[in-house]
Design a protein around this ligand. Structure first.
Ligand code: OGA
Ligand code: NI
Length: 352
């Protein structure tokens, strides 16, 4: 078993409790079949109400009958497994670096502690543009492109076919969330025209010290929405808003787990919160998950939506640029840094 590499060891207050807690209420599971075909006004309205309630209470919900074909999901899961089972030589050929953040890597840090996982990232729209640097006055953009491994041979096709379908679901969810805020269905769509969304294949290998390490340390997703496929192993935990307890998200076959990211928190002026979550690993089973991070265009200036603020409910955030936020955040993915990552509360206006 060997020595525990201290880079993976969480501070005591962040270490997971491994015996499961009894959960009285679960994160809501919402059936989208009636929204997708054929829409009936009353049931659609009920679903929008349930989504709004889930966003307020949990920041998370699950969806079933969501329209993403199960065979595409199975195929992408199968190529992901083959790729991660493959040689480190093959993985190294598509390794990401400071120039191109897309591809394979195994040394991500969340809040400066190393995660027990390896990942492969690819853009949903290839190419995409992001700022060349985090410096506020530097207007230069860099073009990101995907890197594809040659093994397994159908890897790229499986990933691209899957991405197209999850993107459709992400737009549908964005529309439902927009309506749940009392806005028109397409109020938020324009921000995603030149989207910087990406998909991540996560592999969490069995871990000999699951009481000390985490697959992903506690964090909030920075973007718009996350649409996550998890396998049947389990490990994702969500911080319950009511008592800050860590609640496991029970795997539901073929469901997607949806959470609102920091941008929706700001747009909604905190009606919806981007909730903390983490991934617990275990000593016997490997786990796979596939999040789709639905992110707006790099030039998006993020601020509370004007329709949702007024004198009684003034804007709680100053405006910030999404591309610069992303560029600042990604600096910390490569190495341990002494300073805290950029967070949206840095743009929070104080309450008094
Ligand atoms: C993430 C994340 C959860 C999971 O990658 O941001 O929260 O279950 N993943 O893998
Ligand atoms: Ni996350």
């Amino acid at each position: 078993m060997g020595e525990v590499d201290p880079a993976f060891v969480q501070a005591i207050e962040h270490r997971p409790r491994l015996e499961p807690i009894e959960v009285a209420e679960d994160i809501p599971v919402i059936d989208l079949s009636t929204v997708l075909n054929p829409p009936d006004h009353n049931t659609t309205q009920q679903i929008i109400t349930r989504i709004g309630a889930a966003c307020e209470t949990w920041g998370f919900f699950q969806v079933v009958n969501h329209g993403v074909p199960a065979d595409l999901r199975r195929t992408v899961a199968a190529v992901a497994k083959k790729f991660f089972d493959g040689s480190s030589e093959e993985k190294r050929k598509v390794k990401r670096d400071e120039v191109n953040p897309m591809g394979y890597y195994e040394s991500e840090h969340t809040k400066n502690v190393r995660d027990w996982k390896e990942v492969f990232d690819f853009l949903v729209h290839d190419p995409s543009q992001i700022p060349a640097s985090h410096e506020p006055d530097d207007k230069e953009l860099k073009i990101l492109t995907n890197q594809w491994p040659h093994f397994p041979a159908d890897f790229r096709e499986a990933c691209e076919d899957y991405a197209r379908e999850v993107e459709k679901l992400a737009y549908k969810l964005l529309e439902l969330i927009s309506m749940s805020l009392g806005l028109s269905a397409n109020r938020l769509n324009g921000y995603f025209k030149d989207q910087t969304s990406f998909l991540r294949l996560n592999h969490y290998p069995p871990c000999p010290f699951p009481h000390l390490a985490l697959g992903v340390g506690h964090h909030k997703d920075a973007g718009g929405l996350t649409v996550l496929a998890q396998d049947d192993v389990g490990g994702l935990e969500v911080r319950r808003k009511s008592d800050r307890e860590w609640i496991p998200v029970k795997p539901t076959p073929d469901a997607y787990i949806i959470n609102v990211g920091d941008i929706v928190q700001v747009w909604s002026n905190e009606k919806y919160e981007s909730v903390e979550h983490r991934v617990v690993v275990n000593s016997t089973k490997e786990r796979f998950s596939i999040p789709f991070f639905f992110n707006p265009a790099n030039y998006t200036m993020v601020k509370p939506l004007q329709e949702l603020v007024n004198e009684k409910n003034p804007a709680k955030y100053r405006e910030y640029n999404w591309g610069k936020f992303l560029a600042t955040r990604s600096r910390s993915d490569f190495k341990k840094r002494d300073v805290e990552n950029i967070q949206i509360y840095h743009f929070r206006v104080s309450d008094n």
